[in-house]
Design a protein. Sequence first.
Length: 69
Amino acid sequence: MNVAKNMEVIAVAAAILLGASCYVIAPAAPALQVASSTATLAAPANKAAMQVVVVKAKRLTALEKARFA
């Protein structure tokens, strides 16, 4: 059997086996948990506040927009 002629079949079979084995060895997913909208969660004491990035820029004029179009 010529391996070079059947390389595509070998690659597809290996991908199928790899995909199937991933599902077999994966742990069971926990049940879906939906948070209540009335619950208020405070940030843990050891976590820093989330950083916010503000980008300020002027809008393009009609002439500048036309130049880029």
